[in-house]
Design a protein around this ligand. Sequence first.
Ligand code: ADP
Ligand code: MG
Length: 236
Amino acid sequence: MSEVLLEARGLSAGYGGQAVVHGLNLAVAAGEIVCLFGPNGSGKTTTLLTLAGELQPLDGATWLLGEECRAPLYQRVRRGLSIITDERSLIFGLTTRENLSLREDLVADAVRHFPELEPHLDRPVGLLSGGQQQMVAMARSLAARPRVVIADELSMGLAPQIVQRLLESLRAAANQGVAVLLVEQHLAQALAVCDRGYVLNQGRVVVEGSADELRRQSKAIEAAYLFGDDDSGPDA
Ligand SMILES: Nc1ncnc2c1ncn2[C@@H]1O[C@H](COP(=O)(O)OP(=O)(O)O)[C@@H](O)[C@H]1O
Ligand SMILES: [Mg+2]
């Protein structure tokens, strides 16, 4: 078993002292992609934000790189954590190149990860498609050579091929030893690249297992947890 780089131990988390995540135990080892599934409002983002140091635990603890960690996000980032959200944290008025050069010059590395960005380097990043923007955000995250990547709903509103590209780049990072914790709506697409997964419902883990185990139960998981709200899910 590889070294565990990111962990929640008995974690309760929430807002204004009210827990929406209860007693969560979760671990991500170097080289693994672990996926968090669950319906809207089940506590996935709250879990990620607490593991990233944006929210303080109400109970239990978060561990980073094998140590209990209470540090805020910016300090966790210095220790090797990277978080990617669907907000993408890009400055829309600056070009792609400028966004990739804000702190250090990550342009060459970004283009190596996503060659399709090259023709768009000198355009304002706000004019790129959502998928291209997410590639810029992902490239910038990976170019910083994080040891732990936390990604929330990368694929929101993106075409399946783009989602595939983004997931493959996370798989490549994991294969280099990065620990990846991913929230993803598309069960089948995520299970194709991840190693293990957890299903959250109302802030508690209700199913966990290897990608193979979850694939075998995927119809039941979708029926019970993932398409119970206004999202009718994929046609096929
Ligand atoms: N900033 C906030 N303040 C208060 N409650 C929140 C806040 N963000 C989310 N919540 C509540 O916490 C619960 C879990 O939300 P969230 O973690 O965003 O779920 P998910 O990411 O699985 O959709 C929901 O009931 C949601 O309404
Ligand atoms: Mg969310």
